[in-house]
Design a protein around this ligand. Structure first.
Ligand code: ADP
Ligand code: NA
Length: 350
């Protein structure tokens, strides 16, 4: 069996928001206790939707600072930015030849991001999931903590791993580079693991504060729709006060949240921020008005986020330290990725 290893990435585009924090970073922190983890600022992904950026390196440092400020330990684990390790782009090319165009065309994120003028989207945007598969599989990672929006890309990552394992099964056997693993009921020998997403928790998809049908996103034009990791206490308070809700009080049980997307979202956020369940939150606030729940949520959000915010600011005052973390992490990541690329070339016969 493959040794358990966690990999995940965050793009250095725009401000990190509560969705990124609860869907991804807070899980990254928790997994450090039980797993070896590799956390990556995926700067090569950032140029797929928009090629020219003002300050990509600055954003990369800011995301790194957010990782560290949230409690990720860059000595016990690996923190780096993607473009430092050539294996990501190199394996992505090979995966571009493994994956089929039809697989990419089916990706809902591509359809969303490309919009109506699909012919004019970058080829990189179409191939984004192939690079994401390479990010994960160049470390032969077994688990990927992500938000619910990334589920389809993780399925594609497994499809790529499986096709590679099958297409090269003979070479994998000859080289002895494979690992025995269970696929369904069957014991097979493959080079890449079939990576599992880690999506659960009470807020796998944090929704916009202005519209319960849309996910909270960096690209939403309304700044009131999201809480940024860098928002101060007054801004957090204002955004929660203005968050859309319905006129009913909180229900007596979680079933009562059905069909109430905005209420459900706020309860999920509260549960995730306090490491508890929706059930526990509902039993605490059953029957209360949002005018009582919102200040409690604000207090909780501020108490979790403002120490992170302060620490992020402190870290960003010494960019050299952040660059050292990325350099050191990049060197350790490159060692693992280099071995994988050596194996892959051997298997393919390059
Ligand atoms: P974004 O989706 O905001 O552009 P990224 O693509 O860099 O950001 O995603 C970073 C991580 O944050 C991913 O694991 C993604 O699934 C997670 N994530 C993004 N938005 C949300 C959300 N609204 N709810 C939960 N997780 C989210
Ligand atoms: Na995303």
């Amino acid at each position: 069996e493959f040794k358990p290893l966690v990999f995940s990435g965050v793009q250095p585009t725009g401000n990190l928001h509560l969705g990124n924090y609860l869907g991804a970073i807070r899980k990254f922190v928790a997994l450090q206790e039980s797993h070896d983890c590799i956390y990556c600022v995926v700067d090569l992904h950032a140029i797929t939707a928009q090629l020219v950026h003002d300050d990509l390196a600055g954003h990369t440092r800011a995301i790194t600072a957010a990782f560290l400020a949230s409690g990720i330990d860059p000595k016990a684990h690996i923190v780096f930015n993607q473009s430092r390790v050539s294996g990501h782009a190199e394996l992505a090319w090979i995966f571009n030849c493994v994956a089929r165009i039809g697989w990419m065309n089916r990706m809902t994120q591509f359809k969303d991001k490309a919009g109506k003028d699909r012919e004019n989207a970058s080829l990189g945007l179409l191939a984004y999931p192939s690079l994401m598969a390479a990010d994960i599989l160049v470390y032969r990672a077994t688990h990927v903590p992500v938000g619910d929006d990334q589920k389809q890309h993780l399925e594609l990552t497994r499809d790529i791993a499986q096709k590679f394992n099958i297409d090269f099964s003979q070479r994998i056997a000859e080289t002895g580079l494979g690992v025995d693993m269970l696929v369904g009921e069957e014991r097979v020998n493959g080079y890449f693991p079939l990576t599992e997403p880690l999506i659960g928790g009470p807020a796998p998809r944090v929704m916009s504060l202005r519209d319960g049908t849309k996910k909270m996103s960096k690209s939403d034009v309304s700044d009131l729709s999201r809480i940024n990791l860098t928002d101060d206490a007054d801004t957090i308070a204002k955004k929660i006060r203005k968050a859309k809700t319905d006129p009913e009080p909180l229900p007596g049980d979680v079933e009562g949240l059905e069909g109430r997307a905005e209420a459900d979202n706020l309860v999920g956020i509260y549960a995730a921020l306090s490491d508890t369940t929706r059930e526990a939150v509902i039993s605490e606030f059953a029957g209360q008005q949002f005018s009582a729940f919102k200040p409690a949520l604000t207090e909780l959000a501020v108490s979790v986020m403002s120490p992170i915010n302060d620490e992020m600011r402190r870290l960003l005052e010494s960019p050299d330290h952040i660059d050292d973390v990325l350099r050191d992490g990049g060197e350790r990541a490159a060692e693992i990725a280099g071995q994988t690329m050596k194996d892959v070339k051997d298997i393919i016969g390059l």
